[in-house]
Ligand binder design. Structure first.
Ligand SMILES: NC(=O)c1ccc[n+]([C@@H]2O[C@H](COP(=O)([O-])OP(=O)(O)OC[C@H]3O[C@@H](n4cnc5c(N)ncnc54)[C@H](OP(=O)(O)O)[C@@H]3O)[C@@H](O)[C@H]2O)c1
Length: 273
């Protein structure tokens, strides 16, 4: 009977709510807040949850507050909630999915020790194929960690990190990761078209190959490098392509891109705090 209040009813909140409802979570226990009455009425019609344009009223008695607004406005949103939280006997668990803002920063805004779980989900959460990294601050108890895990598991895979700094690495791997694969798919589609395939065939072959490779890798009990070796017969076609990637420094490019991503995540924390 854990009551949940989502602050922000955009893409990520909607996907988490959708996942929870699909798993049988009681819609009466969920409230979504947003200034957009249009988004609220859509989410209300789809999931039959409670909705409100009043963040403060919706946070007066709930067990969990999920901060699902853009990082740029998180400080304003949290500061506005502070008086309501100060009046509460028992503090709620705060779950933040905002990129770049640390649990410690949210605690400083609230000026009191409070259980905070910081999560980094990704966009495939929209189709319940997400991957999220979670970090709990010292004030969070096991029951609260379980609640956070249930929420994020509703939209995919979850893993915990003990050190909040590792959320930057999670951002570099899975938070931004979908875009890397989209870029690679874009490049494959364009190259396929240049070799004479029509747009539709090049797109469908690429997407199905990406899906097939990920599904095979997940189902397999061997590592991805072993799977790659098994497709790469000596003197064959794949070997030529792999050689080209390796000689062009693909691994270094990926490593550099992910370092830049993690650095940006750290810099964002400074910008928005
Ligand atoms: N999408 C991703 O891939 C992804 C991945 C990891 C983490 N995240 C994080 O998830 C968070 C939400 O992202 P999103 O993609 O769901 O964004 P979104 O679709 O823009 O949703 C945010 C919602 O919050 C609403 N909002 C604005 N001010 C508010 C206020 N004062 N009180 C309540 N709601 C308010 C927005 O309304 P308006 O449109 O009117 O402003 C919007 O409907 C972000 O912090 C982002 O960093 C996203």
């Amino acid at each position: 009977m854990t009551t949940l209040t989502f602050i922000g009813a955009g893409n990520m909140a909607t996907s988490i709510i959708g996942g929870l409802i699909e798993q049988g979570y009681d819609a009466n226990l969920i409230t979504a807040c947003d200034p957009q009455t249009q988004s609220l009425s859509q989410i209300q019609t789809t999931f039959a949850i409670n909705t409100s344009t009043d963040n403060i009223a919706a946070c007066k008695a709930c067990d969990v507050i999920i901060l699902a607004v853009k990082p740029q406005i998180l400080k304003t949103v949290v500061l506005a909630l502070k008086p309501a939280l100060e009046q509460r006997q028992e503090l709620p668990l705060i779950i933040s999915i905002a990129a770049g803002i640390s649990a410690q920063q949210i605690q400083q805004w609230l000026e009191k020790p409070i259980a905070i779980v910081r999560c980094m989900p990704n966009t495939p959460s929209l189709v319940q194929k997400g991957a999220s990294g979670l970090y709990a601050n010292a004030e969070t108890n096991q029951q609260q960690k379980d609640i956070a895990q249930t929420l994020l598991q509703a939209v995919g895979y979850t893993t915990w990190v003990d050190d909040e700094a590792l959320i930057d690495a999670v951002t570099a791997v899975s938070g931004s990761g979908p875009a890397y694969f989209f870029l690679f798919m874009e490049a494959m589609i364009e190259a396929g078209i240049k070799q004479g395939l029509d747009q539709e065939s090049a797109t469908k072959l690429t997407l199905q190959t990406a899906l097939g490779a990920a599904t095979l890798a997940q189902a397999s009990d061997v590592s991805v490098d072993e799977l790659r070796r098994r497709v790469t017969s000596a003197g064959g076609t794949t070997e030529q392509a792999i050689k080209h990637f390796e000689q062009s420094g693909l691994r270094e490019i990926v490593e550099g891109a992910m370092l830049d991503c993690a650095e940006r995540s750290k810099a964002m924390a400074k910008e928005f705090n």
